[in-house]
Design a protein around this ligand. Structure first.
Ligand SMILES: [Zn+2]
Length: 180
């Protein structure tokens, strides 16, 4: 009786349910990651789910998909396809991770519950910084003639004083701490 080999010898091998496993090699900035096409299809409408041998990223000589992109966070991205969970590493700036999700076309709602707080904190911080910057930009356009008649300009002056004298009041101090 001939002994059946359990080794995978070809480019694809049958699974228990009879479906083929098609391996996929993703080369991100020179670092290669091994997975399967089935895994990449798990999160539809994303950059990775659309890959096929007719994609511009496919390099037939190497039988891999190449992305000229920073590989640092790709492991976390790929884990989303494997586990259905997307976690943000503690030491990563929210802006960098957000840019990464944009590149791989992963919707923001896929960030796992345990990490959503830190992601939202980054968005809120960003909104706060943008508002403060807008206020400063407005104040820098300060016009003395206009100031005589406009409540809005007087308010802007107050914001300017608020920012210029950071220790002047409790809220100013809080903002100052945030700013530095
Ligand atoms: Zn998490």
């Amino acid at each position: 009786m001939e002994e059946e080999s359990s080794l995978i010898t070809g480019p694809s091998a049958p699974t228990l349910d009879g479906q083929e496993i098609i391996p996929a090699t993703i080369n991100v900035g020179g670092t290669t990651f091994q997975t399967t096409m089935a895994t990449l299809r798990r999160i539809p409408n994303t950059r990775l789910s659309h890959l096929s041998e007719s994609s511009p990223e496919y390099r037939p000589d190497f039988d891999e998909y190449f992305f000229d992109h920073n590989p640092t966070l790709f492991q976390d991205i790929l884990d989303l396809y494997r586990t259905g969970e997307l976690h943000i590493p503690n030491n990563i700036c929210g802006a960098v991770f957000s840019r990464e999700m944009d590149f791989w076309e992963i919707p923001k709602y896929m960030v796992s519950e345990c990490c959503i707080h830190s992601y939202h904190r980054y968005i809120n911080d960003l909104d706060t910084i943008t508002s403060i910057q807008d206020a400063i930009d407005d104040v820098l356009d300060y016009d003395t003639d206009e100031a005589k008649n406009s409540c809005w300009v007087r308010l802007k002056r107050r914001i300017w004083i608020f920012l210029d004298q950071p220790k002047s009041s409790k809220p100013a101090q809080v903002l100052y701490e945030f700013w530095i």
